[in-house]
Ligand binder design. Structure first.
Ligand SMILES: Cc1cc2nc3c(=O)[nH]c(=O)nc-3n(C[C@H](O)[C@H](O)[C@H](O)COP(=O)(O)OP(=O)(O)OC[C@H]3O[C@@H](n4cnc5c(N)ncnc54)[C@H](O)[C@@H]3O)c2cc1C
Length: 411
């Protein structure tokens, strides 16, 4: 797992191997790779190289400037990263483990880049693929695969977060149209989206609607004062007598369950993505600790440092095996939403802990953008909140274990 380092000023910096090799070897303490097929390994390594070459060199700058690196989209599309685990309509059609490994590698780059892919694939293409008409699939999916169209997913509202069933956005039938009114909050890709999957109540039942960017009565506003996911676009959506054709209803959605099925897709990718962020932080901390001399020896030689590194490696290893098994279950059609909750809850929790520990091990150097740990930690604060907060996933597991729902008053 040795990785070359060079010194910039008095700080060791991880650099790519000469000759275009992938500098990051991954974290593989218990022969995890031996459980992957050659195709899965190759897929992962291809995305790893992309992240090494294209994401890591630019991401700190984009994060600091609060700018999404949209120039990466054509290459990401070329790599088949959007909706990669879906079949047909130009999607890569890889298995769920290969898809998960793609998300892992993207998030080693930045949670914001992985968020884009999760939204485009899991929250926009998946609902069209699963709940859409054949005409909708033909019209939108190839465009979304190639990122010629960007999508967003509007479920959350200012007053309806963990409890999306309390949403106020609603649709009313009017001749050959539906008229949408309401607003959505915290929507990834919102201001750059060409097409929005919007969840709204029609006769009291939640349905999904496709809203195109230039529809009259549809506006977006970017939320630009974030400390987290700064290289990702987050926006508000507004619908003011927004008239859409009736063909834009996703015909097979019926109730909140359909919206939650999309979240299960995206959460699966997040569970893998968090491992990528954790791996990046662990490797950065391990490498730094080997180089940084205090009290006449590398800080890696202190017991307290070793305790941190041992904990990081243990949690990464546990997460890898749980998430791989989840992927195998998903490929066998046996993964349930509570399995995904366990992996999302656990992996994001530990990724954030690992990012914080890594930042700590880097000392003062850990607060500057030459290192990745603090950016990961800031991002993971959002990842812990979105797609079901840590607490909500605890409650999903609690309900599964006990048979008693403990979400609160209105259930
Ligand atoms: C960067 C970012 C991007 C996002 N992207 C999207 C997107 O693309 N599309 C989208 O629809 N949404 C998106 N979201 C919204 C996200 O899904 C919500 O923030 C999340 O569901 C939590 O809702 P909330 O923020 O309103 O918190 P609240 O629901 O108000 O929760 C506040 C706190 O109360 C806790 N809590 C709530 N209910 C309970 C309970 N029953 N028991 C115990 N504790 C509870 C929560 O765990 C949390 O700690 C995004 C959010 C962020 C930060």
């Amino acid at each position: 797992m040795g990785r070359p380092t060079e010194r910039r000023g008095d700080r060791p910096t991880i650099v790519a191997d000469q000759g275009g090799d992938v500098a990051f070897d991954g974290v593989d303490f218990m022969a995890f790779d031996s459980l992957l097929s050659e195709e899965e390994r190759l897929t992962r390594d291809t995305v790893r190289q992309f992240v090494e070459d294209e994401v890591l060199p630019i991401i700190a700058d984009h994060f600091q400037k609060g700018k999404f690196p949209a120039h990466l989209l054509p290459q990401m599309a070329e790599l088949g990263l959007f909706g990669a685990n879906l079949k047909g309509y130009g999607a890569a059609g890889v298995n769920n483990v290969a898809y998960g490994l793609m998300m892992q590698e993207l998030e080693r780059g930045d949670s914001g880049i992985r968020s884009f892919a999760s939204v485009q694939g899991g929250l926009v293409m998946y609902p069209i693929h699963t709940f859409g008409s054949e005409a909708q699939k033909r019209r939108y999916l190839p465009e979304l695969v190639s990122a010629r169209l960007v999508g967003c997913y509007g479920l959350t509202e200012a007053d309806a977060g963990s409890d999306p069933g309390s949403m106020r956005t609603h649709a009313v039938a009017d001749g050959t149209s539906y008229i949408l009114n309401g607003s959505k909050m915290w929507i990834t890709n919102g201001s750059i989206a060409d097409v929005a999957i919007v969840w709204a109540k029609l006769d009291g039942i939640v349905h999904g609607f496709i809203v195109e960017r230039d529809t009259r009565g549809f506006e977006t506003r970017e939320i630009d004062n974030k400390f987290s996911l700064r290289a990702s676009v987050t926006s508000e959506l507004f619908f003011d007598d927004c008239r859409i054709p009736k063909e834009n209803l996703l015909p097979h959605t019926a109730g909140l369950k359909s919206a939650l099925m999309c979240l299960t897709q995206a959460r699966y990718g997040i569970a893998w993505g968090a491992i990528g962020a954790a791996m990046g932080c662990y490797e950065e901390a391990r490498s730094y600790a080997g180089e940084r001399i205090q009290f006449g020896q590398p800080i890696a030689g202190f017991q307290l440092t070793q305790q941190k590194l041992a904990l990081m490696l243990t949690e990464i290893t546990k997460a890898q095996f749980m998430t791989l098994q989840l992927g195998r279950l998903k490929d066998a059609g046996k993964a349930r939403h509570f399995h995904v909750s366990m992996a999302k809850r656990n992996n994001v929790y530990w990724a954030l802990e690992i990012a914080r520990m890594a930042r700590e091990l880097l000392g003062a150097s850990g607060i500057v953008d030459e290192y990745h740990a603090m950016r990961h930690a800031l991002n993971l604060e959002s990842v812990k909140t979105y797609e079901g907060t840590h607490e909500v996933h605890t409650l999903i597991l609690g309900e599964h274990i006990t048979g008693i729902a403990a979400y609160g008053g209105r259930q």
